[in-house]
Design a protein around this ligand. Structure first.
Ligand code: FAD
Length: 495
């Protein structure tokens, strides 16, 4: 087997630079890393909301939070507000927090369900700290104060930030258009990228971060694509940025419309907006009208149409090539999971790096792990559509009535019949996430665990009252999100 030392990353979007940052920070002295990107092609230019694992990744890389936030004009994110999803006029927040205090025997909501039957307690929201902070536009963090959060960031500034980080750690950047890919005649392994300039970039191992094109993984290696459009049929997005008109919210907004949904991602300097829709039910001009009618603030450009296919690459590791980012497949950005998948994929590559040569066994192992993880996230996204009660358009009726993967159908049955929500092996999202979405979209179980019946009504009243008032008091003392960011990002600028 050929030893692996020279790594070539094709593409310099979020995926390319995350990969470069991870490999150079973790394995830098052992590898020779080159990244090729083309200014002519550019990047997809979206992908600005994250989940809390982003912080873990930055921690591994040793990235300073304030420096990152200033460089990428980032804001804090406590969750996503889903508007018009369960029914028109509904709003619920899927926060990154835990709902109540659970025990090994069962989740808190079982006690809450028992309490509500007796007319005790408040809405379930009242028992989740991050959710309440989001609802009141509050934010605070320091080393001692435990709050679970992620970020909204400017994607192009983030790529720039990671580029500086990676170049400082020895990554070589080549600007140029890849016009061809050379392969070994016998093994089919990739041996070099041929640039339009005539240059050749040789490597032992290649990472395909060329976006939807999948220049290496698909156009060259023909790895195949499993289409998931029958479950997640949106295939288009219109994206546009606007000037901020008020304080930045500490959450993403996801507003459901007739044949899709709209995002609003607040940054320090602007707001990212977009409408995700399904071309089978809506044409781009109608989508653009909806988007324009539902944004605030001056447009900083014209809406840009992005087409995509939902599904996964059958092999994300094929021969001596791993695909990360959009080249590896795509799930719509409803729960902001794509950047996480790049980070976890890059971290896994660091852990499983084939220094002594690529084997089919290691590739199979990587592919199996990636698939299991993606299927769980896919199910979580489908959940939002499946449990809608909307009946106002063919798009929503079809989503409500569609068949879902068996893994999700079983989970829904268990919750509906017995009130059991759970985090399965390989689930990225915790039980609190599944619960917030199911309950937020009006699902109510027929039964539940009777742990709540083991305490008296008085004990129940005191326990629930203490929990919600404790949360409310803490939230009341926190600064607003906007005030906190301004202060937080200013500190080191002065230092
Ligand atoms: P790209 O940004 O497309 O980069 C591809 C790179 O390859 C570029 O540098 C390009 O120049 C280079 N390249 C391509 N072909 C060649 C060639 N022939 N020669 C040289 N270079 C080449 N993710 C989230 O986590 N949160 C979100 O909120 C979110 N929102 C999204 C909204 C939409 C509408 C879409 C479509 C995606 C969203 N994503 C989101 C996903 C996220 O945008 C991507 O995962 C992320 O930007 C990574 O993209 P990428 O680097 O794989 O591809």
């Amino acid at each position: 087997m050929q030893k692996v030392r020279k790594v070539v990353i094709a593409g310099g979007g979020t995926a390319g630079w995350i990969t470069a940052a991870a490999l150079s920070r973790m394995l830098g002295p052992l590898l020779d890393i080159t990244l090729v990107e083309s200014d002519d092609i550019g990047t997809v230019g979206v992908g600005e909301a994250t989940i809390p694992t982003h912080r873990t990744f930055h921690h591994l890389l040793g990235i300073d939070e304030r420096e990152f936030m200033r460089a990428t004009k980032a804001t804090f994110k406590l969750g996503i507000a889903f508007e018009n999803w369960g029914g028109i006029g509904d709003t619920y927040i899927h926060s990154f927090g835990q709902v109540g205090k659970s025990s090994w025997m069962g989740e808190f909501y079982n006690i809450w369900l028992a309490a509500r039957e007796k007319g005790i307690g408040e809405d379930l929201d009242a028992y989740c700290f991050e959710l309440q902070a989001a609802k009141h536009n509050k934010f605070y963090t320091d080393e001692k104060f435990n709050i679970n959060y992620a970020y909204h960031l400017d994607a192009s500034l983030y790529a720039k930030f990671l580029r500086a980080f990676s170049e400082e750690k020895g990554v070589k950047r080549v600007e140029g258009l890849i016009g061809g890919v050379e392969q070994d005649g016998e093994t089919g392994f990739i041996t070099a990228l041929k640039l339009k300039s005539g240059d050749r970039i040789e490597g032992d191992f290649f990472v395909d971060c060329t976006g939807f094109r999948g220049l290496l993984i698909e156009q060259t290696l023909k790895s195949g694509f499993e289409d998931w459009a029958h479950w997640l049929p949106t295939d288009s997005a219109l994206a546009v940025q606007t000037r901020s008109v008020g304080p930045a919210l500490p959450y993403t907004r996801s507003i459901a419309h007739q044949s899709g949904w709209q995002w609003r991602i607040p940054l320090q300097h602007r707001v990212g907006n977009g409408l995700v829709f399904c071309s089978q039910y809506m044409q781009p001009d109608a989508a653009e009208e909806i988007l324009r009618n539902n944004i605030e603030g001056e447009l900083l450009g014209e809406p840009r149409l992005i087409r995509y296919k939902t599904g996964r690459r059958r092999k994300v590791w094929n021969k001596n090539c791993v695909a990360l980012g959009l080249s590896s497949g795509f799930l719509e950005p409803l729960e902001s999971t794509s950047i996480h998948l790049i980070q976890i994929g890059a971290s896994r590559l660091v852990q499983q790096f084939p220094f002594d040569g690529v084997s089919e066994a290691i590739a199979n192992h990587y592919n199996e792990q990636s698939l299991r993880e993606l299927e769980r996230i896919r199910d979580f996204i489908i959940l939002h559509y499946k449990v809608t009660e909307r009946d106002d358009s063919a798009f929503w009726r079809d989503r409500r009535d569609m068949d879902v993967p068996d893994s999700l159908a079983q989970r829904l049955d268990v919750f509906r019949e017995n009130g059991l929500a759970y985090q399965a092996t390989d689930d990225l999202f915790r039980v609190d996430s599944w619960l917030q979405v199911m309950m937020g979209q009006r699902m109510r179980p027929k039964g539940y665990h009777h742990m709540g019946h083991m305490i008296t009504e008085d004990q129940m009243r005191r326990a629930l009252g203490g929990l919600s008032s404790g949360i409310a008091n803490t939230v009341a003392k926190m600064p607003t999100h906007q005030d906190f960011i301004e202060r937080y990002c200013a500190i080191e600028a002065e230092a």
